[in-house]
Design a protein around this ligand. Sequence first.
Ligand code: HAM
Length: 419
Amino acid sequence: MKYSGLKGMQDLLPPESDLWQRVETAAQGVFRLYGYQEMRMPLLESTDLFIRSIGETTDIVEKEMYTFQDKAGRSVTLRPEGTASAVRAFIEHGLHTLPSPQKFYYCGPMFRYERPQKGRFRQFHQIGAEAFGAAQPSIDAEIIAMLRNLLQNLGLKELNFELNSIGCQDCRPDYRTALLGFFKDRLGDFCPDCQRRYVTNPLRILDCKVARCVELRAGAPFVTDFLCSHCRVHFEGLLTRLTALKVRHTLNPNLVRGLDYYTRTTFEVTSEHLGAQKAVAAGGRYDRLVEEFGGPPTHAIGFAVGMERLVTLLKGISEMQHPAPRVFIAALGDAAEIEGLRLAEELRREGYWAEPHYGGTSLKSQLRRADRLGADYALIIGDDELASGMVKWKNLKEGTQGEIPLAEVPELIRPRPGV
Ligand code: HAM
C-alpha cells in the first residue's frame, strides 16, 4: 500500500527547509527590534471563534474551513488564520491588563479548504504580527514599516504596498448604501456568489475574483470618499507617517480584504512575480474584535505573510544554498571508524558540522560522498594514522592536502578571516 500526501498539503524538504528557517530567523530578528514577542496558539479552536471573527458570509467561513466534531461532539476547526486565536488568547490571559501596546508575532500552519493552485494550498504557513492597544496611526505606520524592513532584509524588491481605509461602523453604512445603489441595475450580470453577497455583505463584491464581476464593478463608489472625519484624519495621519518612514505605497480603494473584522486601515503587499495569487502579505486594523469577543474596547492592527509565496519570491532572486558540512571524516577499518566518530563529536562540540563515515565502503566512495555533501574538508583516518596519531586532510574547495596531528584538526578547519 502506497500513501501520498493529501491534496493541497505539501512536504517541506531540504534544501528548501533551510530557506524557511532563514526566513523565520530573519523575521524573529526584525520583530524583536520592534518589541514583538512570540505567541504560540493551538491549531484547533472552537468553530464559533472563526465564524464570529472572520464573518459568516466570507469565503473562508462559507467554503474553506476544516471543521469537524471532536469526540465530545463539539464543533472544532483547524485555524484558517491566526488573528482570531491571538485575540482569544489576548483576552483569555488578561493581556489587556498589561501596559499597552502589547505586541506579538506567531508563525505556523493555517488550513483552508481552497482549490489548490499556484500560490494557494490547503495547508499553508503564515508569519503574523499583531499589536493590541494603540489607536494612533503611528502604530499602523510602524507595523507596515516593520513588514517592509523584513521583506527588504530578505532581499525582496519590486513589491507594491497597497493601502486603503475601509472606515468604521459610523461611515460604512453610507458606503454600503451607495454600493447597493451602484450594483442594483446590473446585479443580474454578476456571478451567483456576488448576487448573494449583494444581500448579505455587498462589500465582498469588491473582493470577487471572477473576471466578469471585476469588469462590472468598474466605476463603483470608492470607500475613501465616504470616510467620516475621524477615519479620514486617521488615514491621512498614516499616509504622512508612511512618507516620513519612506515606505513607498499606492492607494487601492478596492482593497476591502476577505475577512470581515477589519476597520479603517487595510493593506496588502503584492508582487507581479507571483501570478494570480499575488499577495505575499496582508493585514489591517481590527478595532472592534477584542470587544466583540468580550474583552474591553481595544484597538488592534496586524498582518500575516504567506510563507509559501514569500519563499517562491526568494527562490526567484537567489540560488538555494545546500547547507554543507565543514568536515567529512573518512575512515578505513573498525578502529578508525570509532576514532572518526569520536573526532566528529569533538568537532561538533567546537561548533562544526562534522560528518563521520558510518562504515562499509571504500575510501574512494567515501570521498565521493564528501564531495556530494559539499564538505569543505575531508579527513582520512586509517591504521597508519591511528598508530602515528596523525590524520591526512584534503581541502576539497582549494585542492590542497597534507597531514597533521589529530589534536590540530580544530585549528586546521577554523575559518580564516576573508576565506
Ligand atoms: P489573509 O489575507 O487571509 O489574511 O492571509 C494573509 C496571507 O496569507 C496572504 O496574503 C497570502 O500570502 C497567505 N495565504 C492566504 N491563504 C493562502 C493559501 N490558501 N495558500 C497559501 N498562502 C495563503 C489573514 O490571514 C489575516 N489574519 C492577516 C492579519 C493579521 N490581519 C490582521 N492581522
